[in-house]
Design a protein around this ligand. Sequence first.
Ligand code: SDX
Length: 392
Amino acid sequence: TDEIITLDPGYKNTGSCKSEITYLDGEKGVLMYRGYSIEQLAEKSSFVEVMYLLLKGELPTATELQKFKDDINEYNFVSEDIAKILAAFPSSAHPMGVLSSLTSALTAFNPKAVNAKSEEEMYRAAVTLIGKFAVLASWTLRKVKGLPLNYSDSKLDYVENFYQLMFKNPNKDLQMDPIVIDALDKLLILHADHEQNCSTSTVRLVGSAHTGLFASISAGVSALWGPLHGGANQEVVEMLEKIKEDGGDVQKWVDKAKDKNDDFRLMGFGHRVYKNFDPRARIIKKAADQILEKLGIQDEALEIAKKLELAALEDEYFVSRKLYPNVDFYSGIIYKALGIPTEMFTVMFAVGRLPGWIAQWIEMRQNNEPIGRPRQIYTGAPKRDYIDIENR
Ligand code: SDX
């Protein structure tokens, strides 16, 4: 054919869309949401305010922020029938698989949201999902631990409510340590959006077929689950544990990661865009020191992580490939200090990334983007005739 097809596996050099939401500069290690630097937002903003910023494009006034919170609280309960779907899962089910299933199930209980077309209908679908997603995420933790489900408390702020949904137990008062809540809030801000990463591209591609918001986000949860993407934060902590048990010889593991015959990779290292320090990793590494100190926690995994980082950043293999710690390298150490089970780390990433996914889905629909349908280079069998089975 005379068509020109440019092959670009992994879309390393392909821009899939125009977007006004997030800006990355991989060389300089810059990340901005709607023009505001991640450093300033992590320092001064709150996760709810950042959710508003990503969705609306502007920082809210106090009135707008309160209305946003009220709108979210209108939807912070989940149908008991979804609890029945949850009950059918084995407690060994990975929380990301449960979360993806329950998110898709939301469609059946909120049918109006599927046909969201106007700006107002899309905003409604967005706050519906933001209200319910935190409940679903917390229910996956309660399932893992075999604990009764909790329900939202609208008197609490979004992150406090998410925390009590995860950790409140019957007949016991829940200590809501401000250090813990602030750390959680900061981590959620840092994960809120990241332009066209694998899961966000998935959400935009599924949504480009005019699939409803919940099913599109469910697909994003599945993409994030992958160990090369959001699943890496769980892999990092499991890797650090292995290195600790192995005596803490980080150089041995750095060498293992370089060995092409060994499929071991240094999890939490490397990035498609950042060829410099991931600005989020820099913030999280500093926060890990501060939070563990404030909570009086000694975690050998943090020391091993720092030694691993040092060893890798002095190693030609990593330096020549511009491999630096990414967002997943230190985040698990903080989640662990906050009492979050390892298998829940990627769910925490998903709760943070939700507003980015939604904002990007709405932008794609409002820009009337065409359905995503890439081409290919065919390298299969040439034309040939059918052979009856008796002649094969
Ligand atoms: C996230 O895209 C995003 O924005 C994602 C994210 C977000 O916020 O949405 O930032 C979140 O997913 C962060 C990344 C989490 N994943 C991991 O930490 C898993 C480990 N990292 C790698 O698998 C890898 O670095 C990726 C997946 C992150 C990036 O893969 P690329 O861009 O396709 O790079 P590549 O696999 O082609 O690697 C280039 C070279 C290869 O060596 P050579 O073939 O040139 O000899 O670097 C090597 C790779 O073998 N390499 C590594 C390595 N990462 C890359 N070698 C050892 N350990 C690693 N971690």
